[in-house]
Design a protein around this ligand. Structure first.
Ligand code: CMC
Length: 428
């Protein structure tokens, strides 16, 4: 879709640039032809740059809206499940009953890891961070499925997509088991996706574990809420890596590595650490004041977002999930949850947070749910990666099949020395 041209006046020159109109959201100025006119755009951190066109996920940060293929996240979280969400993200439409059964069955047929991969795990130190293990094991899958490198072949892409979605829970659960020094627990293909993941985490060969439906549903909802979030840092990394037609396992490993950073996937663990350090509702004011003081270097973790300048819709769903999980476990008086609720209330009434449009994000409450499910903080980012794999795959596949595909190759504003002559070391 097109909209009126934009005119750029520069050094007495007038450059006409087309603008493009999406189905929702602001128009974008198409600057592709600018390079041939001797100019590049400059936008570190992509504050104002649409890096691609995509029909998968839409966010309206001002209104606090998140849609997967047009469906509001609240409706998906309420009525769908994670595998159905993955189907929707990949295919653009919700499945009918047969399509859903077929999709679920296909995923459940690929949950086991190649037996040789056990040796890979055993090469790690026992205290290896689960994300370090995930990056390695997911990347190593390319060596087990070399035919997946043929990304032009739709059949190969499809098999890799199913393998990735099916195996990441096993990869993540086993990284935890390895830390604990417990034997790996094999996936149970008759179980639901989240149920099976909880089982692989908490069962042992000596003791069975049957997760309650309420807890499995809560984890499934966490997976849904994290499944995709348009062109965030890790998704852009997957697209960047995939733009060279690299193997899909390598691309998802690259996205996993990017997600590991504390500014992206690591925030929910920081929320728990902050609440634990706070210790009591009486100290909330002190922390809020610290967050407002620029010299303190402290931020309220779980608050603020690059895109949402309103309530992150995922945070509201997560808050509700907190109530359900804590209720199921009889933890009505969970002190961290009480503190989180009070902190949210105080911050939302504070001028600083109101003016800067800082609202709770998805991470504010997800750590409390994960902790209640018996999942240690070291696994939080791994769970985020597991869920986001669904979206990464959808975005990767969309990029590969998009017409006029180009390798990603940003330009730069060079600020180094100009040409100078080399001086031999003896003369320096
Ligand atoms: N506490 C106090 N002040 C804050 C906070 C916060 N949590 N977040 C932003 N600000 C202030 C910041 O100091 C700045 O003030 P000023 O304009 O006076 O310099 C202003 O708000 C804008 O902040 P920014 O850092 O320029 O905004 P950004 O879009 O670059 O950063 C963010 C977004 C999420 C990194 C940031 O809000 C933050 O560090 N939040 C805490 C960490 C967190 O919860 N991260 C999880 C993000 S959601 C997960 C996901 O979707 O992947």
């Amino acid at each position: 879709m097109t909209s009126p041209n934009a005119t750029l006046q520069i050094g007495g020159q007038s450059i006409e640039l087309p603008t493009l109109r999406g189905s929702l959201g602001p128009d974008v100025i198409d600057t592709r032809a600018l390079g041939s006119q001797g100019y590049f755009t400059y936008d570190p951190g992509f504050l104002s740059t649409a890096s691609c066109s995509s029909s998968i996920t839409y966010i309206d940060g001002d209104q606090g809206l998140l849609y997967y293929r047009g469906y509001p996240i609240e409706q998906i979280a309420e009525g769908s499940d994670f595998l159905e969400t993955a189907y929707l993200l990949w295919n653009g439409e919700l499945p009918n009953v047969e399509q859903k059964q077929e999709f679920d069955a296909l995923v459940s047929q690929h949950t086991m890891l190649h037996d040789q991969m056990l040796s890979l795990y055993k090469g790690f130190r026992r205290d290896a961070h689960p994300m370090a293990v995930m990056v390695s094991i997911i990347g190593a899958m390319a060596a087990f499925y070399p035919e997946s490198g043929d990304v032009a072949d739709a059949k190969q892409r499809e098999i890799s997509m199913f393998r990735l979605l099916a195996k990441v829970p096993t990869v993540a659960a086993w990284s935890y088991k390895y830390n604990k020094g417990e034997p790996f627990i094999y996936p149970q293909n008759h179980m639901g996706y989240a149920e099976n993941f909880l089982y692989m985490l908490h069962a042992t060969p000596c003791e069975d574990y049957q997760p309650s439906p309420v807890l499995a549903r809560a984890l499934d909802r966490i997976f849904i809420l994290h499944a995709d979030h348009e062109q965030n840092a890790s998704t852009s990394t997957v697209r960047m890596a995939g733009s060279s037609y690299a193997n899909p396992f390598a691309c998802i490993a690259a996205g996993t590595a990017c997600l590991w950073g504390p500014l992206h996937g690591g925030a929910n663990a920081s929320v728990l650490a902050m609440l634990a350090e706070m210790g009591d509702v009486s100290r909330i004011g002190e922390y809020v004041n610290r967050a407002k003081d620029k010299t303190s270097g402290f931020r309220l973790m779980g608050f603020g977002h690059r895109v949402y300048k309103n309530m992150d819709p995922r945070a509201a769903i997560m808050r509700q999930t907190c109530y359900e999980v804590l209720d199921e476990l009889g933890l009505h008086d969970d002190p961290l949850f009480k503190m989180a609720l009070k902190l949210e209330q105080i911050a939302l009434e504070d001028d600083y947070f109101i003016k800067k449009k800082l609202y709770p994000n998805v991470d504010f409450y997800s750590g409390i749910v994960l902790r209640a499910l018996g999942i240690p903080t070291s696994m939080f980012t791994a769970i985020f990666a597991l869920a986001r794999t669904a979206g990464w795959i959808a975005q990767w596949n969309e990029m590969i099949v998009s017409p006029g595909h180009k390798i990603a190759r940003p330009r730069q504003l060079y600020t180094g020395p100009q040409r100078r002559d080399f001086v031999p070391v003896s003369a320096r």
